[in-house]
Write a protein that binds this ligand. Sequence first.
Ligand SMILES: [Zn+2]
Ligand SMILES: [Zn+2]
Length: 311
Amino acid sequence: MKFTFLGTSAGKPTRERNLSAIAFSMQNESGWSLFDCGEATQHQIQKSDLKSGSLNNIFITHLHGDHYYGLLGLIDSFKMEGRKKELSLFAPSGLKNLLSCFMDTSYEKLGFKLNIVEYKKYQVFKFDKYNVEVLPLVHSIESFAFLIKEYDKSDKIDKDALQRDGLLPSKAYADIKKGKDVRVGQKLYIAKKYLLEPIKGRRVIVSGDNSEPEILGENLRDLDLLIHESTYTKEVYKNLPVKVLHTTAYDIGKVAKEYGVKNLIVTHISPRYSDRGEYPLRLIEEEIRENYNGNLLIAKDFMTFYLEHKR
Ligand SMILES: [Zn+2]
Ligand SMILES: [Zn+2]
């Protein structure tokens, strides 16, 4: 699983950080998906090694501008490039209306099918190698996380047992690997009997803006990767004149530790944290480290993270 951070700033862009957008793909998957699409995401795509023509799906976590204002430009460019391939857009309700207000053309004139799905909480979308479940969060407007659950795979079979039972290596082995029972002559080979322990699928949460990470509950338990906002440090958040329902570095560290999250990547960093500014970036890392001692990364634009398989 490959994740490329195209935008890691909160609210407004800075010289180093663009607005929220994360590219995701799996090994041997044709095409890729995008989580959030802040303003100028298409510029970031051009500066990366991603091919915009192979983008298949866009998931929007919530309808604050810093998470979706890049959609119009991206869709317009697809039209100009003569895109033919369907594009699916999964978003909270309201986006369809918003887009049609801004687009000066009907969807049919785009030249490709824009499949807009306004999801509901706990809805599950199935893809070839994984499914994506929509989980509700706590924020100033409706906001959601996406749980990517890779399917368990049984890629190993007990060849010795099969041969003992009279089935020599053949095409039938591939069917058994897929869990299909095979009949050869009079004899039925029940796949389940020959499948070795399956490889457990990986689980990843890509979260939108959220002030209570613990609301993700047991989904966080031993999670392979959590990508979550960490907009402020504790002290800064406490002194904000208006509370804006975000998570502090301290809180995300605490929750990640409590649930045994294996890899934590924090993003959506307030523009005030910069090595050139009043608040150096290391403050965020130090605060998370007060609790969490797993693998931690503070996202940067164009950073790529590979989540390897467990086995
Ligand atoms: Zn935001
Ligand atoms: Zn927001």
